[in-house]
Design a binder for this molecule. Structure first.
Ligand code: B4P
Length: 192
């Protein structure tokens, strides 16, 4: 089973992905984490993308596509991937379908976490004190939210048409969201 987890920055995609990985023995593919690793390791790619990420803009579709193909093509992860933060644009959504088809896979469910900008600002300021991420400040959080709003609607429409989209209230507590997501995954596992 492959799952897409979608939502604005700070919605809790990473938090919920970690829970799903543990409960359902899957693998988390966080494009944000992969990109931050490139920056941390000072790679050529990392140097190229750090200013883009720290401005709240999206990294190019080509760069993230190359990163995810490495993961999708790995037999060890076949049909056990949580796509955390990918796709973020319509081009990425279509590209993901092409890549999955190439490796005889598909998406089984798309979970969308709904969270307001006010909640996100609060969470990001709390996360900043723990993780010290360079893009976690209020001004960049607002910019990232605007970037999300601009690019997300076509992605949501795309998944609405495929009937894979399930909307989850991301304002609830972490454990309430865990329960809601488990219910949704268990319901589709029954007919897979
Ligand atoms: P991401 O790494 O995807 O980061 P995120 O959206 O900020 O975080 P997430 O939603 O995972 O929130 P978390 O669980 O940490 O993206 C960062 C950047 O990378 C992008 O801006 C972009 O530049 C680039 N990028 C990534 N993917 C890309 C792509 N596909 N294409 C192009 N560019 C890409 O939760 C946030 C905080 O809230 C945590 O501290 C958590 O403890 C807390 N929290 C979570 N759920 C909660 C709840 N229910 N109640 C209370 N607190 C909660």
């Amino acid at each position: 089973m492959n799952i897409v987890i979608f939502g604005p920055p700070g919605a809790g995609k990473g938090t919920q992905s970690k829970f799903i990985v543990k409960k359902y023995n899957t693998y988390q593919l966080s494009t944000g984490d992969l990109l931050r690793d490139e920056i941390k390791n000072g790679t050529e790619l990392g140097n190229k993308i750090s200013s883009i990420m720290n401005s709240g803009e999206l990294v190019s579709d080509k760069i993230v596509s190359d990163l995810i193909e490495k993961f999708i093509s790995n037999e060890n992860y076949k049909n056990q991937i949580i796509f955390d933060g990918y796709p973020r644009t319509l081009t990425q959504a279509k590209n993901l379908d092409i890549l999955l088809k190439k490796y005889q896979q598909k998406i089984d469910i798309v979970l969308k976490l709904n969270v307001s900008l006010e909640t996100i600002k609060k969470r990001i300021s709390e996360r900043k004190s723990i993780e010290k991420r360079a893009d976690d400040n209020e001004e960049i959080a607002i910019k990232r939210f605007q970037t999300y709003e601009k690019s997300s609607e076509p992605v949501l429409d795309y998944y609405r048409q495929t009937k894979l989209l399930k909307v989850v209230n991301g304002e609830n507590s972490i454990s309430q969201i865990n329960d809601e997501i488990s219910g949704l995954i268990d319901s589709i596992k029954g007919w897979l």
